[in-house]
Design a protein around this ligand. Sequence first.
Ligand code: AHR
Length: 658
Amino acid sequence: MKIKLSAFILFGCAFCLHAFSQPNNAEKVYTIDAAKIKAHVQPTMYGIFFEDINMAGDGGVYAELVKNRSFEFAAPLMGWDEVKDKGSDGSILILNRTAESPDNPRFIRVNSKSEAGYGLINEGFHGMGIKKDNRYNFSVLAKSVTTPTVSLQIELVNSRGEVIGSATVEPSSKQWKKYTTSFLATETEPKAKLRILVKGAGTVDLDMISLFPQDTWKQRPGGLREDLVQKLADLKPGFLRFPGGCIVEGRELETRYQWKRTIGDIASRKMIVNRWNTEFAHRPSPDYYQSFGLGFLEYFELAEDIGASPLPIINCGMACQFNTCELVPLDELEPYVQDALDLVEFANGDINTKWGKKRAALGHPKPFNLKIMGIGNEQWGPQYFERYLIFEKAIRAKYPYMKLVASDGPFPGGDIFNYSDKILRSRKTDFIDEHYYNSPDWFMKNVTRYDHYDRKGPKIFAGEYAAQSVTTGSPKNKNDWRCAMAEAAFMTGLERNADVVNMASYAPLFAHVEGWQWTPDLIWFDNLRSFGTPSYYVQQLYSLNKGTDVVPVTLNNEAVTGQDGCYASAALDNVKHELIIKIVNTNQHPQKADFVWQGVKAGENGSLTVLQSDDPEQVNSLDEPKAIQPATIEFTVSGNHVALVLKKYSFNVIRVKI
Ligand code: AHR
């Protein structure tokens, strides 16, 4: 939202953006020394953390609408039901062809007895979100068992059972073959189902039953949900961390993330249970699996599409230390290390290398320019470091340019943290990955956390953080304005210390309103809609206004770290030639502020973007997606200062042409 205020008088007096809300305290003068560059802001500074938790991948950004498309869930018919049109009869049978197809052994045999229509219906992921006049692409692997052959009537049905789109497929081959068709939807429906009726007397084998909308991101067949990727693109993220999170580790080693199993033909990407399926007894998700339709090639492409540096995290030979703690013996670690080396070759290798050739064969001859990767997610203790060092040695030897990220464990302090921190600093690790899920109060109190970090030591990757309104992991946590405001306050500290903190990402990223396990999350969605939380807009404002060089902003010669509830940082944008000031007023009263700069000469134009709510408990929602959203006004600058009233509970970004 942008409002143009041409007649603003800015100098000599405070302009009141909120005429009815009078500040109750004296004007404070903030000084910006724009000639004193303190740090360079890395282009990677604000990025995104992606993990398939909360149905972020399957049932979320991966636009497949059919749940359990290959009958590989532990209960092979989960998501499916038998369906009989009037007068029809038949039977279904799950069969297994492990020897022939070890990664996708199961399929369904449908035997129909008449023309009337017997078959299956799929419930989707909490239904299927269907849009009127949108085209839907259906595909199936099928094999006709009997002669004469049968036909398949494909129908989308709405929640009243009415058909809202249909097509026919004639699977005639006696060998497995892919059949495709597409059709338009006649109605918008958030909870549609897909019905497949076998017409005629006969038997057909079916597998990989799939339905995708055509309007995926960049219209890629079998691609990603457009509205959700757009939300990521709108963040202009510096990096994309993937695929997690704990999902990297697996509850046990068997279910760890193995990138090589996630590329190539989707029918051969071996489906496994999602570790969040069983993690929380209070949020059981028995139908949560990983199809890996969103696999490593797609992650790299996504990063490329949205202009983010790829940042894969790989398993280090340890399963989740909160779960099974399974460990790969040191003398059996070699395949894990090889996976890491091969990943670099897959991303960057020449097309004549083994893995570069694979990348090219998958349609991406151009390298992905991978520069950084993480070894292990949230790991700790001596057994982690023994393993980490083996990876480090091998990767450094072959790819000396690669930067590596090591874990500091799951907490931002305490024994585990201190132990890890000491080792990693003594080893001169490139990046230390710190995680903090804490109260809003913690975030505000920790705004100076990085002020005293060793400027010559490892760089910090604040790889996962989010303010928790109740307590970490509580299902009652809300994405409210209080949390977002605390994050905004804390982030002034990240920015002030951009020489030490080079990357930061909020976590987790996505959550389906019906399918989540963990809250809070940055972006919520249902089958058709999505919204950014107040935290989303905080992240976006930081990312879009990161500037290039940090300069000091002080109040009475001190950094602004909570005086009267205010937190501030400032930066120059050497590309757009602007001075950027960020200030968060967490105070329940408006505050008069005069920002005076020295060291640069201002031009005439300025803008103020405000994210604010009078109610710290305010949230955004599917029905009110923009209850909190940034609003921008433009103004004319005169002299070397801007005076304004900071609204209560507000995050303000001031940009002035210099
Ligand atoms: O973001 C949710 C989880 O929190 C991540 O998977 C894990 O790394 C952390 O404990």
